[in-house]
Design a protein around this ligand. Structure first.
Ligand code: TTP
Ligand code: MG
Length: 389
């Protein structure tokens, strides 16, 4: 029996802030880009939501809706760190875990639980473990298909567990508006409304020929999903196709031109890129640096090297030299966004390029150990010293 369990953290960024600073527990708090200025609310605690604070709201409106709101400046590194801890916990319960976003994941429980009752007990165990080890609340949704499990989670929010068995779709699934389905955006919603299709149940009952005439092949799939027949699998590590490129970028808090600080940010990004390259067992030949300046002009500078490599230290030296070149050409330009990517991958063929220099061997050995530490304890558990500003 197909059993899919979906986990989504409650008010994730806000809950992490409350764990780090317990005096904020139970209070209306909101996480935003910056406490002053034109920043918007990234997320807020349920106590703040009860007072009308919403994601995407400018902070001045949030203050108006809830004068006692406590604003916290977000720090992505903290959330990434917790996200990795959560994924590590989930992997104890199934070998097939798909990290779907920073705070949600699907677990394939086929062969692990014999029925939905067993899955429900496992769901409570997962909630308890995450609560005990990380002090974070989450909601679990269980069903026989991915999209339905995700809908179940939204019905269980916050801090709940909700199961939608296939024979109860009429009660908990078909009554909901079509926009609850992943992939149905505003324009599809409007197009469906014109066809008098408002709920997921309307979609399930609509003649497939009408849907195909209007939406092509997607029309067929939309109906299948409405019927609870989401065929998509839980995409865990073993199923993911190898990537063609790996990149990370960041928009800086303030536009800067300081070489040391830019290098520090670059070093942090390089460590993330290197980590993913190792997880995929890849080695790169091309590095590309992306720089967006304060006038929003964006350049991408690519360099391709003779052979493949996978050491983090060399990746940083090469990336920093590309960045240095850009800074020398643009000494007065302030940087708004910086990104680093690698491509031209080779999988597993690296050994063929031996013999390596002693330095290269050392780089690989260190990268290997660092990668394992990061996989176990989180990306930020170990950083290159030059990533510290
Ligand atoms: P969500 O899971 O959508 O929201 P949430 O965890 O804050 O609240 P809940 O699931 O209980 O409804 O998103 C996870 C995190 O992603 C969220 O804490 C903040 C971040 N996020 C953004 O940065 N921008 C956004 O537009 C959204 C929706 C979320
Ligand atoms: Mg969430």
């Amino acid at each position: 029996m197909n059993i899919i369990l979906h986990v989504d953290m409650d008010a994730f960024f806000a809950s992490v802030e409350q764990v780090i600073n317990p005096s904020l527990l139970g209070k209306p708090i909101a996480v935003c880009g910056a406490i002053e200025g034109r920043s918007i609310i990234t997320t807020s605690s349920y106590a703040a939501r009860a007072r009308g604070v919403k994601t995407g709201m400018p902070i001045y409106l949030a203050r108006k809706a809830c004068p006692s709101i406590i604003l916290v400046e977000g720090d992505h590194r903290k959330y990434l760190y917790y996200s990795m801890q959560i994924m590590n916990i989930l992997k104890r319960f199934s070998d097939r875990v798909e990290a779907y976003s920073i705070d949600e994941a699907f677990l394939d429980l086929k062969g692990i639980c014999k029925d939905l009752e067993e899955a429900k007990s496992l769901g409570y165990k997962i909630k308890k473990t995450i609560r005990q080890e990380l002090k974070l609340p989450c909601t679990v949704g269980i069903s026989q298909a991915k999209i339905v499990a995700k809908v179940a989670t939204s019905l269980g929010k916050p801090d709940g567990l909700f199961v939608i068995p296939k024979n109860e779709l009429d009660r908990h699934y078909w009554t909901l508006p079509v926009k609850e389905l992943v992939g149905i955006g505003q324009s599809t919603e409007v197009a469906l409304k014109i066809m008098n299709i408002n709920t997921i149940g309307d979609l399930a009952n609509a003649p497939v020929t009408d849907l195909i005439r209007r939406f092509g092949k997607n029309g067929y799939w939309m109906k299948q999903i409405a019927l609870g027949n989401d065929p998509s699998e839980v995409v865990h590590d073993g199923l993911q196709p190898p990537p063609k490129s790996i990149s990370h970028s960041t928009t800086l808090d303030q536009d800067i031109k300081d070489r040391g600080r830019l290098r520090a940010v670059l070093s942090y990004l390089v460590s993330k890129v290197a980590q993913r390259m190792w997880v995929h067992g890849a080695s790169y030949r091309t590095i590309y640096l992306v720089v967006r300046d304060s006038s929003f002009k964006t350049v991408s500078i690519a360099r391709t090297y003779d052979g493949h490599d996978r050491g983090e230290a060399l990746l940083f030296l090469r990336s920093a030299s590309i960045l240095d070149g850009w800074i020398n050409d643009n000494p007065a330009t302030k940087v708004r966004l910086i990104g680093i990517g690698i491509s031209g991958f080779n999988y597993g063929a690296y050994q063929m390029e031996l013999p390596l220099s002693r330095q290269a061997r050392q780089d690989l050995a260190v990268t290997d150990i660092v990668t394992r530490v990061r996989r176990r304890f989180g990306q930020n558990s170990i950083l290159r010293a030059n990533a510290l500003v």
